[in-house]
Design a protein around this ligand. Structure first.
Ligand code: DAH
Length: 348
């Protein structure tokens, strides 16, 4: 019994001197390990007379549990102390320079699109959006492009089969990927009563691919309707727009043209950016570059949205954003916009 008491005293003394986890582990092995003091004591119980064993066994087991619980609480204490020490030694140097994150920037087409939108917004135009998957009615029919109209062949259209139509069906779909932003004219007019003016920027789709065509590209549509809107308004707004985008000295020419949804129709040319009107390969020797289509809204279009054609007039226009971006930055291949090569994109 005296020995057991001595063991406990020794343990208390030794454990009070332990300062590290490693020291604690050594203490645990010395007392509770396979050849440890307590383990050895338990083993030697068998050397005692049978009737003495329970008494000593009980005291030894109590000692064992006491040591176990002491070691456990010491371990928690030491661990939290060591964690504290680690945090304090890992000081952060806030004077070190930060890591450089290269800034991204907007795509050149987006930059020019934003510039076009901002120019028209500054002239009081609202911004309207419409769906890219469009009904034949809005894309063609309501714009005075009937089913048998040759203009439909002009537009190489992606037709979309609704999932309810089985794949072998030869019936023509009345759903298309919009071939121009002009259908937004119809949607926008149905929602409004004149006077108003809005633009409609967005993606459009045509089955076309070469150095100047991609199956998806961007257009900005414009429409202004009121009681006394004339061709002079069309000319004034579009000339101002071109001077904002290409500079105030840029020559502008209105050339008669044809669109089913406008009458009269015009195409707008600017003096060639590359040769300043001298004549070159890009302008095919003419000195002029076509930049957009426009015209006075056709009465048939007003009829489709239920407007009084005697009361209201309006002008409309449509332009290709990639084309304008190519002219503005003298880019000769439209496909560069969609290859995602940062060596190209970084330049803008
Ligand atoms: N929708 C025509 C196209 O995609 C562009 C256009 C021409 C739009 C004349 C108009 C317009 O609103 O009046 O080629």
């Amino acid at each position: 019994m005296k020995d057991i008491k001595k063991i406990k005293e020794d343990f208390i003394k030794e454990s009070s001197q332990v300062e590290t986890i490693q020291g604690l582990n050594e203490l645990r092995v010395r007392y509770l390990g396979k050849k440890g003091i307590v383990t050895d004591g338990l083993r030697r119980l068998s050397e005692l007379p049978r009737e003495e064993r329970p008494k000593f066994g009980k005291v030894l087991n109590e000692l064992k549990r006491f040591i176990e619980s002491e070691i456990k609480s010491l371990q928690q204490q030491l661990e939290s102390e060591e964690a504290k020490k680690r945090v304090l030694s890992e000081s952060i140097d806030i004077t070190l320079p930060g890591r450089y994150i290269p800034p991204g920037k907007r795509h050149p087409v987006t930059q020019v699109l934003d510039e076009i939108v901002n120019t028209f917004v500054s002239m009081g135009f609202e911004v309207e959006e419409g769906p890219e998957v469009e009904l034949d009615y809005y894309n063609f029919e309501a714009l005075n492009i009937p089913k048998d109209h040759p203009a439909r062949e002009m537009q190489d259209t992606f037709y979309v089969k609704p999932s309810s139509v089985d794949n072998d069906s030869t019936t023509e779909s009345d759903i298309v990927l919009r071939t121009h932003t002009s259908p937004v004219q119809i949607r926008g007019m149905k929602k409004r009563t004149p006077p108003f003016r809005f633009i409609a920027p967005g993606k459009v789709y045509r089955c076309d691919a070469d150095v100047s065509h991609t199956p998806m590209f961007h257009q900005v549509e414009g429409l202004m309707v009121g009681e006394n809107i004339t061709f002079s308004h069309l000319k004034g707004v579009l000339e101002l727009f071109i001077h904002c985008l290409f500079g105030p000295e840029t020559p502008v020419k209105f050339r008669p043209s044809y669109f089913p949804f406008t009458e009269p129709s015009t195409e707008v040319d600017i003096g060639c950016i590359l040769c300043s009107g001298e004549g070159c390969r890009v302008c095919k020797g003419t000195g002029w570059l076509e930049v957009l289509g426009a015209g006075m809204v056709h009465p048939k279009v007003f009829e489709a949205v239920g407007y009084d054609t005697e009361k209201y007039q309006g002008f409309a226009f449509g332009m290709g954003v990639e084309r304008l971006t190519m002219l503005k930055y003298k880019i000769d291949d439209i496909r560069l916009f969609f290859e995602n090569d940062v060596r190209f994109l970084r330049q803008f």
